[in-house]
Design a protein around this ligand. Structure first.
Ligand code: SAM
Ligand code: SF4
Length: 463
């Protein structure tokens, strides 16, 4: 089962230490062909420390991302169901030994209220998150929560895609989750370095490295073909983690014919009573973090990359240039954190401290000012373009023919139903400009027609 070959990762990094600028240039040129990079080539980029060459890497990552996804950025909100946790991850505020944390698991009524609040802000995509605790968070609870989210509709609001980030399940349990209609199932290995993993996960089910590592295989076996992997940067050498993420992606590709749908790049933030969060064992600087994102974009160009509100607004604004394709917005990381009477920020109940506390509307506006098209699109998932089908389109960059129109439709809906005046003004300008840039005459006309339908009141328009 162990498809992570730690020895090989260490060797590959050692063999490619201090690469010549010619070698780095050759790898960057290859990355522009959008075919991805192998471990050796990725190691060359990771080992490069020369400022000018790194700049070239960053600008190439931006080009690659634009070629594949256009300028859209998908927005979602995390929704924390419960902060009960029987595990003891040394970096997390939810860990069992944090006795100062106020514990809570939402009941379905409370969940409904949270969903209504998020719908009222304009969200269409949610990520359900929970600690791991058999007494509170079993598969029945999670599947019921997924169903409740889909069923909760307020005025024009509805959630069209529910992704899940919880402790891993058995194949049978994953089948139940699939039945409930989940979008992507995410779980992060945190660190792929088994020794470091052991040190960080001192007790509880999560202490089992292999059970977690095999989670995506079980999810795929159960028919969940959009899976999201990730590493928590700051626990172990970032170069090691990037090459391990690549091995994980290659393993999924070989075994199931499709790599991960997304890669998440959380970076450790301070958390209450969490020693490894207050003093990360292998801290990653902002410059290194930029490089991580650019290298991943060049190595696995067709895979979505997710950045959360852990990062502050300024850092996120910069990082989305280098390859991030999805960000969370307006987030709270405590159960019940969105509901009206709890709208005040309650840092003592949070999983970790938030870097970006801007509201959704402000995030949408800022993105557009930077030239990005915010998207709430769920078109692929709902048209059955998931797993291998999605990757076949994403790999040659064809997904843009859907992404651009669909992102404009969901942006238009947002502008009509939720945006503040200034956001709407900027948004309408952006849509007009984007429309002009659609080269294919037929697609442009179709997009125009559908935008007009939305203006006349039609909703949930996608191709
Ligand atoms: N409990 C489940 C698990 O551990 O997989 C799922 C939810 S957990 C709340 C989601 C993720 O939060 C973890 O996988 C970890 O990467 C991230 N996380 C935990 N503590 C963090 C911290 N201090 N800063 C940033 N991210 C953190
Ligand atoms: Fe629990 Fe997940 Fe936090 Fe670990 S990361 S303590 S499993 S919530």
């Amino acid at each position: 089962m162990l498809f992570i070959n730690e020895k090989k990762i260490i060797e590959t990094l050692a063999e490619n230490e201090q690469p010549s600028s010619e070698r780095v240039d050759a790898v960057i040129a290859k990355a522009l062909e959008l075919k991805g990079l192998n471990a050796e080539e990725t190691a060359v980029l990771l080992q490069c420390s020369e400022g000018k060459t790194i700049q070239k890497m960053l600008s190439t990552a931006k080009k690659v991302k634009e070629k594949i996804y256009g300028n859209r950025i998908v927005l979602f909100a995390p929704l924390y169901l419960s902060n009960y946790c029987a595990n003891n991850c040394l970096y997390c505020g939810f860990r069992a030994e944090n006795k100062q944390l106020e514990r809570k698991a939402l009941d379905m009524q409370e969940l409904k209220r949270e969903v209504e609040t998020l719908e009222g802000q304009g969200h269409k995509r949610l990520l359900l998150v929970a600690g791991e605790h058999p007494a509170y968070i079993g598969i029945e609870y999670i599947t019921k929560a997924v169903q409740t989210v889909y069923e909760t509709k307020k005025e024009r609001g509805e959630i069209r895609r529910v992704n899940v980030n919880t402790a891993p399940f058995t194949v049978g349990e994953f089948k139940q989750l699939k039945q409930a209609g989940i979008g992507t199932y995410q779980v992060f290995q945190e660190t792929y370095h088994s020794e470091t993993y052991k040190k960080m996960h001192v007790s509880g089910k999560k202490a089992d490295y292999e059970w977690r590592l095999a989670a995506m295989d079980r999810a795929q076996q159960a028919g969940i073909d959009d899976v999201g992997i990730g590493a928590l940067f700051g626990l172990c050498d970032y170069k090691f983690e990037v090459l391990a993420l690549l091995q994980h992606a290659e393993h999924l590709q070989e075994k199931f014919g499709t790599g991960p749908h997304t890669i998440s790049v959380p970076r450790i933030e301070p958390a209450l009573n969490a020693p490894a969060a207050l003093q990360p064992p292998a801290p990653v600087s902002d410059d290194e973090f930029k490089k991580i994102i650019a290298v991943l974009r060049l190595s696995v160009p067709y895979t979505g990359m997710i950045l959360s509100t852990r990062e502050n607004a300024e850092t996120r604004n910069e990082l989305i240039n280098y390859g991030v394709s999805q960000i969370s917005a307006g987030s709270r990381t405590n159960p019940g954190g969105y509901t009206e009477n709890e709208k005040k920020h309650f840092p003592e109940a949070e999983q970790f401290s938030l870097g970006d506390t801007r509201e959704l509307d402000e995030v949408v506006r800022e993105l557009m000012k930077q030239g990005f098209a915010p998207s709430f699109c769920t078109g692929c998932y709902r048209s059955g373009r998931t797993g291998e089908k999605f990757m076949q389109l994403a790999k040659p960059g064809d997904i843009q023919q859907f992404c651009t129109p669909n992102s404009l439709f969901t942006l238009k809906e947002y502008l009509e139903d939720y945006a503040k005046k200034e956001t709407k003004r900027i948004g309408e300008e952006l849509i007009a400009k984007q429309l002009e840039q659609i080269n294919n005459e037929k697609t442009r006309q179709l997009t125009k027609q559908k935008l007009e339908q939305i203006e006349r009141g039609q909703r949930d328009v996608y191709i």
